[in-house]
Write a protein that binds this ligand. Structure first.
Ligand SMILES: NC(=O)c1ccc[n+]([C@@H]2O[C@H](COP(=O)([O-])OP(=O)(O)OC[C@H]3O[C@@H](n4cnc5c(N)ncnc54)[C@H](O)[C@@H]3O)[C@@H](O)[C@H]2O)c1
Ligand SMILES: O=C(O)C(=O)C[C@@H](O)[C@H](O)[C@H](O)COP(=O)(O)O
Ligand SMILES: [Zn+2]
Length: 375
């Protein structure tokens, strides 16, 4: 059990990591129950596995509970689902003093957080993340968003949750491929600024993926502590600090956009390949050793995760992928700050990257890597 606090100027909130916490959910969410009732948002898969157990506890405690179920999958981070969710909240007479509960992975957290931030000009929300990715990353830090036809997360807000309740045991029902995708965002924290944590991942990654309780809890607590620290230093990503959490995402979001948002490639998978591409591009510039890129690729391959452009199924030319990158929210004055590395655990923001050169690099990668087809 661990409690991590995230400090944001005058405000702060807790992230509680406790195995079995969903089995005593009333005790944890009591402070946010208003008017004896709760409004919950989940997706079809998560609700099927976990809603009944929660509903029984709320009913026994005399707390009214209403659930809105969104179709599972990245496609639900959309205007259509946002609109349906807001209509549902308004039908239940949501008030600004109400707290909305997001029970699910990053899709549900991002969609619900966005709805909470705009309905009645802003309600509170609590995150109850049910994927590894959401437990180590998306439930913390307050980025909310939907995707649009132009790209990934292009419409959204910064809106912090009031509390994050992480129960690692809820991952028991998560498909192994989703565990591996979330694990990419765990490794990200090692690559950003914690080489010792990357070393730990190399030796304990398989235990994390097998959900060994001690290894899993260590990975989650280390990850959310790093995220809380970095977000606390630069909540709105204005100082080249929070941008570090975007390592691998400029490449990754382009890969996701090119493959139809979740239809072939999961976010974590795209980010994993994106981080390897960032390392390879850094090595090509002479910033780091090519052996660093090879070491991370070897670890991901050992975990049966995709490592190459070929693995992702992306066949578009570099120029087309770079066109997706031009929508990146970090784009400023026509240039795109790029997250590059001088080594494992040493990420920096480069402001001198020429996107035409990135397109050439991606074409080189297309030609060089052998297909591994691990998806
Ligand atoms: N806001 C942020 O800071 C942030 C950070 C990282 C990622 N994201 C976003 O998060 C999204 C990806 O999140 P994700 O990987 O959690 O995907 P997801 O929410 O789509 O969940 C993945 C799949 O797992 C299922 N699932 C979830 N929990 C389950 C459980 N306990 N048992 C069985 N099935 C379960 C879901 O139904 C879904 O099919 C992307 O949209 C990404 O952009 C946001
Ligand atoms: O919290 C952050 O900041 C991140 O960048 C975390 C990322 O893992 C996450 O995927 C985030 O949603 C990406 O943000 P975006 O600003 O590039 O849309
Ligand atoms: Zn991410």
């Amino acid at each position: 059990m661990a409690r991590v606090n995230i400090a944001l100027g005058q405000r702060s909130y807790d992230i509680l990591v406790q195995a079995g916490a969903l089995g005593s959910i009333v005790e944890h969410i009591k402070p946010w129950v208003q008017r004896g009732r709760t409004l919950w948002v989940s997706d079809s898969q998560v609700a099927a596995h976990h809603w009944d157990g929660i509903a029984v506890q709320l009913a026994e405690a005399g707390i009214e509970a209403h659930l809105h179920v969104v179709p599972a999958g990245e496609a639900s981070k959309s205007w259509a689902e946002l609109s349906r969710l807001i209509d549902w909240l308004l039908t239940w007479g949501v008030e600004r003093s109400d707290t909305i509960f997001a029970l699910g992975g990053g899709m549900i957290g991002d969609l619900t957080g966005f709805a909470a931030s705009i309905v009645k000009r802003g309600c509170e929300f609590v995150q109850v993340p049910t994927t590894l990715l959401a437990q180590v990353d998306s439930s913390v830090g307050g980025k909310t968003a939907i995707n649009t036809t132009a790209g990934k997360n292009l419409v959204g807000t910064f809106h912090q949750p009031r509390f994050v309740l992480i129960d690692p045991e809820v991952l028991a029902t998560l498909p192994p491929r989703e565990m591996r995708a979330g694990y990419a965002e765990v490794v990200k924290y090692g690559l950003i600024d914690d080489a010792a944590f990357f070393d730990w991942c190399e030796t304990h990654g398989q235990q994390v993926l097998a959900q060994d309780s001690a290894a899993l809890e260590h990975a989650i607590v280390t990850s959310v502590s790093a995220k809380a620290r970095i977000v606390g230093e630069d909540e709105r990503e204005t100082r080249d600090r929070r941008a570090l959490l975007n390592l691998g995402h400029t490449f990754g979001h382009a890969l996701e956009a090119d493959t139809g948002f979740g239809e072939r490639l999961l976010h974590g998978e795209a980010v994993g390949v994106g981080m390897i591409l960032a390392l390879q591009y850094s090595a090509r510039r002479g910033d780091c050793d090519a052996a660093d890129a090879a070491r991370v690729a070897a670890h991901f391959a050992a975990c049966s995760m995709p490592t190459t452009l070929q693995d992702t199924g992306v066949s578009s030319e570099g120029a087309a992928l770079v066109d997706h990158m031009r929508h990146d929210k970090k784009m400023t004055g026509g240039t795109l700050p790029f997250l590059l590395l001088t080594g494992i655990g040493q990420t920096y923001v480069a402001h001198d990257v020429d996107l035409d050169d990135v397109a050439r690099f991606l074409d080189e990668r297309h030609r060089s890597a052998a297909p591994a087809a691990v998806l």
